[in-house]
Design a protein around this ligand. Structure first.
Ligand SMILES: [Zn+2]
Length: 67
């Protein structure tokens, strides 16, 4: 099974253990509506090369649904 993660910013590709992970709860403090989804906090993945964070899933598609 292909478990590799690819950074959408710099294109770095590696195994999950190569990346760092962060629960970016701070993002959600700005929007109280999202707080009820706390139990499925998305994990912010930090790219070891460019140090940018991104989500494995696409939480933005969920936000877009809300309009
Ligand atoms: Zn990167």
């Amino acid at each position: 099974m292909d478990n590799r993660i690819k950074c959408p910013f710099c294109g770095y590709e590696g195994e999950p253990k190569d990346f760092e992970y962060m629960y970016e709860s701070v993002l959600y403090m700005t929007n109280h509506e999202v707080l009820r989804e706390e139990r499925e906090r998305p994990v912010l993945v930090i790219c070891p090369r460019c140090r940018k964070g991104f989500f494995l899933e696409d939480p933005y598609s969920r936000i877009k649904e809300k309009g």
